[in-house]
Design a binder for this molecule. Structure first.
Ligand code: GLN
Length: 242
């Protein structure tokens, strides 16, 4: 961070913003401002260059065709790699998550290269589309409460040795591999299948991104009773017999 200003970059809202993913940018921005930070938010359309000086980058989900276009343009642009090398934090959802991996299967049924920023590979699931509520216990190293969200994807994502699962599902499919994992992360790059928007439902993830970007261990608390009520409602609903 320079000049005490947090630079938040929302990548390709014209292609990747389904199921309210725009809310993720709003939540990070608001929670940063609530901590007295000056925030510069940049929404970068797919015909514009990605800036390399951002602190946090957000990428949302999308249908198969926009996903293919977004991956092509991000690879051609090349700047997200540079940003990550500069220490930027990246948080991605669904199609965005698949794009950050080594490859995925696109709308033409072809294996398409991703950005290789996460050690994951996505294939087209043979079974039913994964649609519905998700409840997951986060990797204990991240110190976060159970996550809730909503998934809708056909892709199935396999993790390589340098990607850690973000969570283990109690409800839902997550990565869809049948091993109960949901999402993936390494030191600075995160991916999840959860929409919701996921940061509105799990503001502690937004705070994790802020802590990593600011290089601090704690942030001033915020009154999160409303969010907690929503989480508790979803957990209770998950425990109801189907
Ligand atoms: N097109 C991808 C899939 O179906 C991602 C969908 C999404 O982003 N919701 O797997």
């Amino acid at each position: 961070m320079s000049d005490n200003q947090l630079r938040l970059v929302w990548i390709y809202p014209d292609l990747l913003s389904t199921y309210g993913d725009q809310g993720n940018a709003l939540v990070v921005e608001r929670r940063a401002r609530q901590r007295g930070l000056d925030v510069a938010r940049l929404d970068v359309r797919s015909d514009q260059p990605i800036p390399t000086s951002g602190d946090i980058y957000l990428i949302g989900g999308g249908e198969d065709r926009p996903q293919r276009l977004a991956a092509e343009r991000l690879r051609r642009d090349g700047h997200l790699h540079q940003a990550v090398q500069n220490g930027a934090i990246v948080f991605s959802v669904c199609a965005g998550y698949q794009i950050l991996g080594h490859e995925f299967v696109n709308d033409l049924g072809q294996r398409q290269p991703g950005l290789g920023l996460l050690d994951v590979v996505s294939v087209r699931g043979e079974g039913e589309r994964c649609v519905g509520d998700v409840l997951g216990d986060v990797d204990p190293r991240l110190g976060l409460p159970p996550l809730t969200g909503f998934e809708n994807h056909q892709g199935v994502t396999h993790l390589g040795p340098t990607a850690r699962p973000l969570a283990r599902v109690r409800l839902g499919k997550g990565n869809g591999t049948g091993d109960g994992t949901e999402g993936a992360y390494n030191d600075t790059v995160f991916g999840t299948y959860m929409h919701g928007p996921v940061l509105a439902r799990n503001p502690q993830i937004a705070d994790l991104l802020l802590k990593l970007a600011l290089d601090v261990n704690a942030l001033p608390p915020i009154d999160d009773r409303w969010y907690e009520a929503l989480r508790n409602e979803r957990i209770a609903a998950a425990q109801q017999p189907a």
